[in-house]
Design a protein. Structure first.
Length: 171
């Protein structure tokens, strides 16, 4: 087997693993109903895959994984509305994370900005759907939650990247 095929097979397996993990994390978070004192706030376990993806498969690969996860989770456990909110939050989050990484932020900072901008994206959709800017009164709470959950996910993501990056580089 040629080196290109071996590398392609390893990358396909890595993408499959990332998609599966993101899907399972989304399901676990939904099924477990992890209680956060602010309504609508989640830890964002699936975003752990985005942080790891940015540092292992790059931005294009992470976008593909996130998009597939959102569509799969939406069709399996949600509806068009949940996909719309997830796509808006996910797109803004990944854009902010990519910009932060390029600007030299560490993994935790990248993740915090991802959490904050995910909430901003979802509130923007809510304002559009409800046709009221009043939903932005909830923004301070969501920004605080985005910082805390983003920090947790960033720390965990950093630990994972440090452990798996050498293995991925060898493939």
């Amino acid at each position: 087997m040629g080196q290109g095929r071996k590398s392609s097979a390893r990358m396909a397996a890595l993408y499959g693993l990332l998609i599966a993990l993101a899907f399972v994390f989304s399901y676990l978070e939904m099924a477990a109903g992890i209680v956060v004192p602010i309504p609508g706030v989640k830890l964002g376990l699936a975003n752990l895959v985005n942080v790891v993806g940015l540092y292992t498969v790059g931005l294009a690969g992470t976008i593909a994984v996130a998009l597939l996860r959102i569509v799969l989770v939406g069709f399996t456990f949600g509806n068009a509305s949940t996909m719309m909110y997830a796509l808006a939050g996910g797109a803004l989050s990944l854009a902010a994370m990519a910009a932060a990484r390029k600007a030299g932020f560490g993994k935790t900072g990248v993740s915090i900005l991802g959490g904050v901008f995910h909430n901003i994206g979802q509130l923007t959709v809510a304002a559009f759907v409800t046709r009221t800017a009043g939903v932005f009164s909830y923004l301070p709470w969501l920004l605080a939650a985005g910082v805390v959950t983003g920090a947790v996910i960033g720390i965990l993501g950093g630990m994972i990247v440090e452990r798996i990056a050498p293995v991925i580089r060898r493939s």
